[in-house]
Design a protein around this ligand. Sequence first.
Ligand code: FES
Ligand SMILES: [Fe+2]
Length: 369
Amino acid sequence: MLSSPPIQAKADTARNAATDEAALDPDAMRQPLPDAFYCVGRSDTLKAGSLRAVELNGEQIVLGRDKAGTLFAMRDRCPHRGMALSKGRFDGEAVTCPFHGWRFGTDGRCRDVPTLSSADAADFSRIVVQRFPIRESAGFVWVNPYLGGASGDVPVLPALGFEAAGSLVVELVVEASFDLTTLSLVDPGHVAFVHDSWWFRPSKELREKVKTFTPTPHGFTMSSHSTTTSSPVYKLLGGVPEVEIEFRLPGVRLERIEAGAKRVANYTFATPLTHNRTMLTNALYWNMPVLNLLKPLARPLMRQFLTQDQQVLQHAQAGLDRKPTMVLFGQSDLPSQWYFRLKREALQAAREARTFRNPLVQQELRWRS
Ligand code: FES
Ligand SMILES: [Fe+2]
């Protein structure tokens, strides 16, 4: 099953949509953005000298952290007979394949083939395991699974703009495509219907919302005119908080809440595991130590919130599997259309080896939620 292709609804102000569509391979539009960093798990769970197998965009990858604390990511496949290197031993410098003992440095180069006799003059240094770019940011590890040539202009990794006193992370696998899952990060229309828990939305009424959307590098931000939210989560901060929500390619939603010196950030990352499985990672960070006390209470609530998305996305995916089209309609679906326009521009920029030019313009949107 492939993720559903976008439908350009009439409301979209895309000027060049028709030409853009023609220029791009439609298959590429159905895939996650190839040349981008995706979240592959928490930094603190990858200790020095440890290995971890992850799946990313259909690729099996082994991550590790060497003795000096430097991360590496390489294909989880021994070139000899295909054995998973993640099943091997790592001494903090080299990985030993458990099948015949070949050793690989963290640079991917073969260091030793222990079964060679001294009479065997074979040069094993040319045997290499494919490596992937790997980074750390906002308490997470990020890997770019792209194997093509460097295009250079990849979206900047999310960073946390303050010193966190604590954080809470929940990860959930969704049996749905990357696009469908990522659309839920920019879809204000589902919130009232899907996230209707008393603690998140005490009122069941739909109210008119007006938000300003501003283009940012590789995405857009949404800011409220005044925070009219009745969410008890915001009320915890006291006063009227400033809320800014940013969406950024490839599938990153960053919600930043400020009230005086108090900071809370709620970050959500979508990671393509396979073509029909996507990991949702939600990280809540705060700078008030007193909130650490609420962690045991907040964890099940966050899990409930993510499970609500998971359930609808899986049912929607089943519908899209039967007929892979969507009708994107009305202003509350414009951010979803923008997602496809941003992705299309990123693909086109990479193809033409030029920098990304954000096709969006500042705009005010109205909807009821
Ligand atoms: S499969 Fe890895 S050493 Fe043989
Ligand atoms: Fe949601």
